[in-house]
Design a protein around this ligand. Structure first.
Ligand code: PMM
Length: 263
């Protein structure tokens, strides 16, 4: 999954793809580099980010979603807003990626049921303004998994077919570096429900902590690609990344390694 943030303030690629034409071209480049899906977002979720209005969010993302869908690109819409999700599916998005798992906007569940598209449910404890303060766990992997599985059960009760769900532990969302590593080390446990698992580690702060202070955010692409390869070994369904080329290569290595095992 290649990331396309059409936002002026995303921490990882903020401001680069605000113009529609530039955004579309960047997405096509990501597809050429091997992305199977483009995740289009119009609202930054970085820690401390302030919410944008639905109208502004839609003005950013809908033309991009439509243009990509018309070119045959598989698009997911990264939004917590039900109205934006509905508009995006109308414009051709095939998946809704909601970092709040439907907790930020109660109307989201009806959109998911009504549109029939695949829904990516992420572990979420609260909005970006407050999530760092909510990063307290006694055993992060176990608690994140429990909370995420509980959310899946709630969605099923509300009428969302579990077979349409993809789950994501939400690295960096109400999680400190050590919590992210604990979740990654226990990734296999997240497959217990049999649902596809998505991981979004790309360019996040906990990877920056491995690099020299002040290193540019693009230096996080190599550790991100390593995580992609390791996540593949754990059988995850997908990885959400900014630098598709390095992750594609990392996944090719993991696949060739796996093929050697099958001989
Ligand atoms: N991370 C971000 C945004 N959307 N969606 C999913 N499913 N999982 C993630 O980990 C995730 C996401 C924040 O990263 P960005 O600002 O670099 O896009």
């Amino acid at each position: 999954m290649g990331v396309l943030n059409v936002t002026p303030d995303s921490f990882s690629d903020g401001g680069r793809y605000v113009e529609t034409d530039v955004a579309i071209q960047h997405a096509l480049d990501l597809v050429a580099q091997g992305a199977d899906l483009i995740d289009v977002g119009g609202e930054s979720t970085r820690p401390g980010a302030v919410r944008v209005g639905a109208a502004e969010e839609q003005a950013r993302v809908i033309p991009v979603v439509r243009a990509l869908a018309e070119r045959g690109v598989q698009v997911s819409i990264d939004t917590m807003n039900a109205e934006t999700a509905l508009e995006a599916v109308g414009a051709g998005a095939v998946k809704i990626n909601d970092v709040s798992g439907g907790l930020a906007d109660p109307a989201m569940v009806d959109v998911v049921i009504g549109t029939g598209v695949t829904y990516i449910v992420q572990h979420w404890r609260g909005p970006s303004e407050t999530m760092d303060a909510q990063a307290t766990y006694t055993h992060a992997a176990r608690e994140v998994r429990r909370e995420l599985f509980d959310r899946v059960a709630e969605l099923a009760e509300l009428g969302v077919q579990p077979g349409r769900l993809i789950i994501d532990p939400g690295l960096g969302f109400a999680k400190k570096a050590e919590h992210n590593w604990q979740v990654l080390a226990h990734l296999a446990d997240f497959r217990e429900l049999g649902l596809p698992v998505l991981i979004g580690a790309s360019r996040k702060r906990f990877l920056g902590a491995l690099l020299p202070e002040g290193a540019p955010v693009t230096d996080r692409d190599l550790p991100s690609a390593v995580i992609s390869a390791l996540a593949a070994q754990y059988g995850v369904w997908g990885v959400r990344v900014h630098d598709v080329a390095s992750t594609r290569l990392a996944l090719d290595v993991a696949e060739a390694w796996q093929a050697g095992r099958d001989d």
